[in-house]
Design a protein around this ligand. Structure first.
Ligand SMILES: [Zn+2]
Length: 103
C-alpha cells in the first residue's frame, strides 16, 4: 500500500482535457521546451483552451505538452514541475490551521 505509484498521462485532445476538468481530480502539468514545467489545478482559469490548442493541436507537442497527474508529488517527481503562482495548487488538502485545532 505504501509503494510509490505515480499516475500520469498525456492529454491528447480537447475532449480529454474537458473530461478531466469535469472529473475535478488530480492536476495538470504543462511542459514547455523553453521553460520549466508548471503544475496547475485542473479547474484553474490559467488553463487556456487557446493555449492548449496551439501547443497540442498546432505544434503537435513539439514545444511541450499537457499532462494529467494524480498528485503534486507526481508532478514534482516525474516532471520537476513548479507550482503555478496563479492558481496555487496546495501541497496539503487540509489547511494548517485545522491541524492546530485538533491538538
Ligand atoms: Zn495555474
Amino acid at each position: 500500500m505504501d509503494s510509490y505509484m505515480a499516475e500520469t498521462k498525456e492529454i491528447p485532445d480537447f475532449e480529454e482535457l474537458r473530461k478531466l476538468r469535469l472529473a475535478d481530480d488530480g492536476y495538470f502539468v504543462i511542459t514547455d521546451s523553453a521553460r520549466p514545467a508548471i503544475v496547475h489545478k485542473v479547474n484553474a482559469k490559467c488553463i487556456s483552451v487557446d493555449a492548449f490548442n496551439v501547443k497540442v493541436g498546432i505544434n503537435k507537442g513539439k514545444q511541450g505538452g499537457y499532462f494529467w497527474v494524480d498528485s503534486l508529488a507526481t508532478a514534482a517527481h516525474e516532471f520537476g514541475a513548479k507550482r503555478c503562482k496563479v492558481c496555487k495548487p496546495e501541497l496539503f488538502l487540509v489547511p494548517p490551521s485545522n491541524f492546530e485545532e485538533r491538538r
